[in-house]
Design a protein around this ligand. Structure first.
Ligand code: PNS
Length: 161
């Protein structure tokens, strides 16, 4: 059984994330989508809401499950679920500069490898933070995030953020 972890804040999940998970599912028998805390980012959606949106966005894909691992090291999560690799998408050289030290640190800590997949150019401009900003000011994010996420964002801003 070849298993990987797709880690992230997923605050909220975007079409770029969905694409990476779908592609990881073609390379591995099981994909564990792990919602982890990023100490450098203030959250918008509470973790249970991020999980709900992820589950609804990914549907019932065989071999894909969504888990929450608050306050843990990614390498400990990988060890616990029996993953042999971490999979992450890269939109640009800026992403690579951000991801490379984490990949090296994770390999230093546990030997786990990180597999990078090139982000689909259709979503090269899509990030959770930009989508939130556009949506907060009334812009249309249809097609950049799953419809459930677009609706959850609208609802959030309607309720005062
Ligand atoms: O979606 P993000 O915010 O870019 O994801 C970053 C994340 C959550 C994958 C990263 O911050 C992480 O792995 N956090 C868990 C804690 C940890 O293991 N930190 C050391 C990684 S080198």
């Amino acid at each position: 059984m070849r298993r990987c972890v797709c880690p992230g804040s997923y605050d909220p999940v975007t079409m770029g994330h969905v694409d990476v998970v779908e592609r990881a599912a073609k390379l591995f028998d099981e994909v564990v989508v792990a919602v982890l805390h990023n100490p450098e980012k203030l959250g918008t959606f509470p973790v249970p809401e991020r999980m709900r949106l992820l589950k609804e966005s990914l549907g019932d894909r065989p071999g894909v499950r969504v888990v929450e691992y608050g306050g843990r090291l990614l390498v400990d999560v990988c060890r616990e679920v029996g993953a042999t690799a971490v999979v992450k998408g890269l939109r640009s050289g800026t992403d690579f500069a951000y991801e490379l030290p984490m990949a090296l640190m994770n390999r230093h800590l546990s030997g786990i490898e990180t597999v990078f997949v090139p982000g689909d150019p259709r979503y090269g401009h899509v990030s959770s933070s930009l989508v939130k900003q556009v949506s907060a000011y009334g812009g249309d994010v249809t097609g950049l995030v799953p419809d459930v996420v677009r609706d959850a964002l609208k609802q959030r801003w309607a309720n005062g953020g």
